[in-house]
Design a protein around this ligand. Structure first.
Ligand code: PHE
Length: 347
């Protein structure tokens, strides 16, 4: 009997390491330790043994049972670990991919210059404590015009500028200023946020005009905010993005949602101020519209204009990218031409 027990143990020992999966392990365990397993079959024969033999056999059988249970647990753990490792090996992320792709003569993806500039702008504003908001491309009349103090008769609503939907109530936003309204709906003053995005205007296309272009809206509302604060933020922004001091000029500008309103131009970096097709030969480019938020806009947004004030601005991102990367025609940006966009690849 004892010899048979040792044989069963031997058989177990040589088999347990070969079990490769958890279902197989369940079967293996049943074969040896189950009710109808080999160990129980031997125990069944115990009644024919003498008291002495029963004792020694019983003791050894218990030992064997314990050893088998331990070995099964250990092997089960190994099986699970092997499965995890196999999964990891299969889903491995190879961070040397750019070199490999180049070796294979394939093209690696990169960020579009507009995306690069937008992310840089966001980083600069985040570092100045601004939040980043989003707003819809398809907008209603209220958020694009009415809430921005743009009355129905205002020329900005002209059919020529705006892409309207058939229902005459919805449109493709003509500026990111809808984000001012959406922001005021979410936030209680004081707050400061920016919102970058695509805007759409029914324009005649040329080197400096696209029907879909990009703006970054900014709004800061608090106590005792004045024009110099606004100029400070805008100057910081431009010198950060161009990595040097840059000449700007401020002109009065009319936007119904700010009072006073300004247009900020910066020197054309493409021609160094001499005049070219992008700056329409004047040496300056229209960089952004800005001003102190109109009281009507604040009160429409549920903010008491006697307690709070602030500034807003809308910056043209496409032109900024053009200056930054010396691109002489805005239409390149949307051309989808890989030869063009590959020049700005960063890894
Ligand atoms: N929305 C204006 C435009 O598209 C820019 C602007 C934004 C002006 C905020 C003033 C304040 O031209």
């Amino acid at each position: 009997m004892l010899q048979k027990l040792e044989e069963v143990k031997k058989e177990f020992d040589s088999g347990v390491g070969l079990v490769g999966s958890m279902p197989d392990m369940a079967q293996f365990k049943a074969d040896f330790l189950g009710k109808k397993g080999k160990l129980n079959a031997l125990m069944g024969g115990m009644r024919d043994l003498s008291v002495e033999e029963k004792k020694s056999f019983g003791a050894r059988a218990n030992e064997v049972k314990q050893e088998m249970t331990d070995a099964i647990d250990k092997r089960s753990q190994d099986i699970e670990l092997e499965a995890i490792n196999a999964k990891l090996a299969k889903n491995k992320l190879d961070i040397s991919w750019t070199d490999k792709i180049k070796d294979l003569g394939q093209q690696a993806a990169g960020l579009h210059p507009l995306t690069q500039v937008t992310r840089e702008l966001e980083d600069i504003f985040l570092s100045m404590g601004f939040d980043i908001l989003d707003g819809p491309h398809i907008e209603d009349e209220y958020h694009n015009f009415e809430a921005l103090n743009i009355p129905e008769s205002h020329p900005a609503r002209d059919m020529q500028d705006t892409f309207w939907f058939k229902d005459k109530k919805h449109l493709l936003r003509t500026h990111t200023s809808n984000i001012q309204i959406r922001g005021m709906e979410q936030k209680k003053p004081p707050f400061k946020f920016v919102g970058p995005g695509k805007v759409f205007r029914c324009e005649t296309l040329d080197a400096s005009h696209e029907a879909a272009f990009h703006q970054l809206e900014g709004m800061m509302v608090g106590k005792d905010i004045a024009v110099p604060h606004m100029i400070h933020f805008l100057r910081t922004l431009l010198s950060e993005i161009f990595k040097r001091e840059i000449k700007v000029r401020l002109r009065p500008g009319f936007f119904p949602f700010v009072e006073p309103g300004f247009e900020l131009d910066y020197e054309c970096l493409l021609c160094g101020g001499k005049g070219c097709s992008v700056c329409k030969q004047v040496g300056w480019v229209e960089g952004l519209g800005c001003g102190m938020v109109h009281p009507n806009v604040l009160s429409g947004g549920g903010i008491d204009p006697n307690k709070w004030n602030g500034f807003a601005f809308g910056l043209g991102i496409d032109r900024l990218a053009m200056m930054r990367y010396h691109i002489d025609d805005v239409r390149h940006l949307h051309s989808g031409n890989l030869q063009f966009s590959e020049q700005f690849k960063t890894y």
